[in-house]
Write a protein that binds this ligand. Structure first.
Ligand code: FE2
Length: 252
């Protein structure tokens, strides 16, 4: 009995975030309907974008996949999709416009796009890229180098989700940053959205000050519930207090 009272009186009041306005910009999501594994309809996009607005995000940069043989998107398809969803939003009295870029899968096609200078950067020449979940691509260092050489600033999407990078020492992540890439954590990793291992690595990356950006990587309305839980995440609060989080830079 005594220990119960002791716990009640000793537990600190839980810190809670009011909303996501301190992050302000969501720079990773799949909100253009029908072109990748994200939103599948105008209605789904509307529901997700409306909620992101209510949650305090001020700017949404959506990033459909470009993956050769998987999601054969290109700049034109993505920009046309963006224009169509923006008209749908305005026809439904939603006073928000979304911007677009892409989440480029690191494959030969991506290397061709870099050579042809056919990329859609956002903010200060940022390019978001992702890797296979199965194996470490042998050309990753080279691609980061090529992008940097062309004046782009590469950002690795959800580093905490690649098992072949994840170990307690975080040395692979430090190496990638030394090579010139920035790291973008998925918000839902912090509330277990991708399992306990990704959550633990996400927390370690924050503790070590290695996170440059956060993104929702929102694909479907069923994931919206994670945002409520996130408002109570101590790790997210710690990250927001760090000066290295660059999301707000994208407001300009
Ligand atoms: Fe994504």
């Amino acid at each position: 009995m005594f220990s119960i009272f002791k716990n009640i009186f000793q537990s600190k009041p839980k810190a809670v975030l009011k909303d996501f306005s301190d992050i302000a910009v969501d720079m990773h999501s799949h909100l253009i309907p029908g072109i990748d594994d994200g939103s599948q309809s105008n209605e789904q996009s509307l529901e997700m974008i409306k909620r992101l607005d209510e949650l305090g995000f001020k700017r949404l940069i959506t990033t459909p996949h470009i993956m050769s043989g998987g999601y054969d998107n290109n700049t034109l398809i993505i920009q046309e999709g963006r224009d169509k969803i923006n008209s749908y939003l305005s026809n439904n009295s939603l006073n928000i416009e979304i911007d677009c870029s892409s989440e480029y899968y690191l494959d030969g096609h991506f290397e061709d796009l870099i050579k042809k200078n056919d990329l859609m950067p956002f903010g200060n020449n940022y390019i978001l890229f992702e890797l296979s979940y199965m194996f470490r691509p042998s050309n990753m260092e080279n691609v980061i180098f090529e992008l940097s050489l062309e004046g782009y600033r590469p950002i690795l999407a959800h580093p905490e989700r690649y098992n072949f990078l994840a170990d307690k020492s975080l040395k692979e992540y430090r190496k990638i940053k030394e090579q010139g890439a920035l790291l973008q954590l998925n918000l839902f990793s912090l509330v277990g959205g991708y399992g306990p291992r990704a959550k633990a690595i996400a927390e370690d990356l924050i503790k070590e000050g290695l996170v440059d950006f956060v993104g929702s990587d929102l694909h479907k309305p069923a994931q919206l519930g994670y945002f409520e839980k996130l408002l109570e995440s101590q790790a997210l609060m710690n990250l927001i207090e760090q000066s290295n989080l660059k999301n707000k830079e994208l407001l300009a």
